[in-house]
Design a protein around this ligand. Structure first.
Ligand SMILES: [Ca+2]
Ligand SMILES: [Ca+2]
Ligand SMILES: [Ca+2]
Length: 167
């Protein structure tokens, strides 16, 4: 993964190359360890490898620590990642489209930056509709206005799957 620092006035610094898992697909920026400095998460893995979330802790100066990887459960190529505070503890959590098994993986954030074990959740919730295929790219929002973030996922059958969450 590459980072280019913007220097203001439309000037940019040199590329920084940061090792992450193979075939990273999508990334999110957020303060995943609540230290006030932006971090990066990106999911990756090949078909025959463990699927992981790579977490790069930012130092607030444009530098990042070496990746720490967290298993997503199983192997394969995870696709999109979204973030939001799904459990309402004030710390952003990560949600990854696994691109298989009709599942997304939810990893709760913590103040140490160590994500909790991935929880695999099925996205199929409309029997009879072909919205239950493998979810890929994700976004979060409170779609039913109950103050709990929900998940929307594109899937391979031409639908968007909605996963309404409850606290
Ligand atoms: Ca941080
Ligand atoms: Ca949280
Ligand atoms: Ca909601």
């Amino acid at each position: 993964m590459s980072v280019i620092l913007g220097l203001g006035r439309r000037k940019f610094g040199a590329f920084s190359a940061l090792p992450v898992a193979h075939r990273p697909d999508g990334l999110r920026v957020g303060d995943f360890n609540s230290d006030g400095k932006l971090d990066i998460v990106t999911p990756g893995g090949e078909f025959n490898e463990r699927a992981v979330l790579s977490y790069l802790r930012g130092d607030g100066k444009g530098g990042f620590n070496a990746q720490i990887t967290f298993p997503l459960g199983g192997s394969g190529r995870p696709t999109g990642v979204a973030s939001g505070d799904l459990d309402g503890d004030g710390i952003p959590d990560a949600i990854v489209g696994l691109g298989r098994d009709k599942e997304v993986a939810i990893l709760r954030g913590s103040p140490t930056g160590a994500f909790a074990d991935a929880l695999q959740v099925k996205t199929a919730n409309h029997a009879g509709l072909a919205d239950d295929r493998d979810p890929n790219y994700l976004a979060v929002g409170d779609f039913n206005e109950d103050n709990a973030l929900d998940i929307a996922a594109t899937n391979s059958s031409g639908y968007v799957s909605l996963l309404l969450t409850a606290r």
